[in-house]
Design a protein around this ligand. Structure first.
Ligand code: FE2
Ligand code: FE2
Length: 136
C-alpha cells in the first residue's frame, strides 16, 4: 500500500493567516511522520513522530476553538464535536502503532487518518472562512 502525504493549496485557505499557518504546521508534522514510516524508521522514532502529529492536532484544535468563540461562530458546538472525533481517531492510530508488529500493519489507518484530516479542513474549517467573509 502506498502512503499518501497531505498537501496544502490555496483552496484550503481560511483567509486567516494564523489558521492557515497552523494547518500548514499540522500538514508538515503529518508528512514528517509519513516520510519516516516510508523509510522504515525504528518504532520508537515513529511513535515520537506520531505523538508530534497528535500534539500539533490538539494544539491546533484548542486554538481554532478559541478563535471560533471569539468571532461568535454559529456552528461551534458541532465543529468541536468533529474535533473530538478526529482527536479520538488519531489516538486510536497511535495505539495501533504501539501494538503493531510492523509499521506495514498501520498503513491503511494512516491513510484513513490523512483523508479524515483533509475532509475536515475542506468541509468544516472552510465554514469558518465563509462565516468571516459572508456572515454565513
Ligand atoms: Fe476545525
Ligand atoms: Fe483546523
Amino acid at each position: 500500500m502506498k502512503l499518501r502525504k497531505l498537501s496544502w493549496n490555496e483552496k484550503l485557505s481560511t483567509e486567516l493567516c494564523s489558521l492557515d499557518r497552523d494547518h500548514k504546521n499540522l500538514i508538515e508534522a503529518f508528512n514528517v511522520f509519513v516520510d519516516a514510516l516510508d523509510r522504515n524508521e525504528p518504532s520508537d522514532k515513529l511513535l515520537d513522530m506520531f505523538q508530534a502529529v497528535i500534539n500539533e492536532l490538539f494544539q491546533h484544535f484548542a486554538f481554532e476553538e478559541k478563535m471560533m468563540e471569539n468571532i461568535g461562530f454559529k456552528e461551534m458546538i458541532e465543529h468541536k464535536q468533529h474535533h473530538e472525533t478526529l482527536n479520538a481517531d488519531a489516538v486510536e492510530v497511535l495505539s495501533e502503532l504501539r501494538q503493531s508488529e510492523s509499521p506495514e500493519d498501520i498503513l491503511a489507518s494512516v491513510n484513513f487518518l490523512r483523508a479524515l484530516i483533509m475532509k475536515h479542513m475542506v468541509e468544516q474549517d472552510l465554514k469558518i472562512r465563509d462565516f468571516i467573509l459572508r456572515g454565513l
